[in-house]
Design a binder for this molecule. Structure first.
Ligand code: AMP
Length: 291
């Protein structure tokens, strides 16, 4: 496995690989890798000739008061995990390499970026789309892998790819969870022992909502109120940004299950939530089949 820091160098490598007829799978990350990330890498390895992973903590997707400075970093561990997962190249640019002095161009998928996480984090998805488009343009992958952990991000990247006719297939990959159900996340490192124990309430609240649906409840407001009550009863939860029921394809708001949806035969609902545990903001989601 080779670590490449310069844009020109990775471009040359990709050109060489493509001449040989190989397909390229790409996994963009911000590092501090865990099994969620490596599951994406392994899937890319199964489906593509060569796998390139980028590790770049993208400053423009963090708000002013967010955790850019303290975002966890551990390149040695990232290197080992990438290597073990079968990655061929790690693209590891610095800030200067990605955003020169007079960087001026941004990409935004407008409506989708202003709901859910976009409401609480204005500009976040604009930063994500801009960096992902830059990375696509540098690496020119055949397939790019994104986790369903960041479900809204996945939908937005798919939309950007479609709207801009980008020649890359976006592949969504399932959420990897710890044994107790907590979705793996680099930000889990911020949690104290007690907060970590309480954090399982996120997944529990989603599963609880699923249970109500399975029992026949169809009124979203009712399910939402009960789930929020359950979340707020946990002493570790300091705030809830949202607990939403949405169309898994379009993120359209669901008021009542079974009434609307991009595909009436699809009968699936995305339940997604973002909550604060102390000073840490965590997100999670599940897709429930109610057909
Ligand atoms: P990040 O480093 O947080 O930007 O994440 C890089 C990629 O890994 C994104 O596509 C995430 O959705 C994905 N990812 C992060 N955590 C998980 C997880 N627990 N399961 C599956 N994918 C994940």
């Amino acid at each position: 496995m080779e670590v490449v820091k310069k844009t020109d160098a990775i471009r040359d490598i990709v050109t060489g690989l493509k001449k040989g007829g190989g397909t390229i799978g790409f996994v963009p990350t911000m590092g501090y890798l865990h099994k969620g990330h490596t599951s994406l890498m392994k899937q890319a390895k199964r489906e593509c000739g060569r796998v390139i992973v980028s590790i770049f903590i993208n400053p423009i997707q963090f708000g002013q008061d967010e955790d850019f400075e303290r975002y966890p970093r551990d390149f040695e561990s990232d290197h080992n995990l990438s290597k073990q997962a079968g990655v061929d190249y790690v693209f590891y640019p610095d800030r200067e390499e990605m955003y020169g002095k007079n960087f001026e161009t941004f990409v935004e998928v407008r409506k989708l970026s202003r709901i859910m996480c976009g409401k609480a984090r204005p500009g976040h998805f604009k930063g994500v789309c801009t960096v992902v488009l830059k990375l696509f343009s540098i690496i020119n992958p055949d397939k790019a892998y994104f986790g369903e952990k960041d479900y809204q991000q996945l939908v937005i990247i798919k939309k950007m790819t479609e709207d801009l006719n980008l020649p890359v297939k976006i592949v969504g990959c399932p959420i990897i969870r710890g044994n107790d159900g907590l979705a793996l996340s680099s930000r889990n490192k911020y949690l104290s022992k007690e907060e970590r124990e309480n954090a399982i309430i996120l997944y529990q609240s989603l599963k609880f909502a699923e249970e109500l649906i399975n029992k026949g409840e169809r009124e979203v407001k009712k399910i939402k109120n009960i789930a929020i009550e359950k979340l707020m009863a946990n002493p570790a939860i300091t705030a809830i940004d949202y607990f939403d029921f949405r169309d898994p394809l379009t993120l359209e708001d669901f008021k009542e299950l079974g009434k609307i949806g991009s595909d009436k035969k699809l009968k699936k609902v995305l339940i997604a939530t973002a909550v604060w545990i102390g000073k840490t903001r965590l997100i999670d989601n599940i897709v429930v089949d109610y057909g």
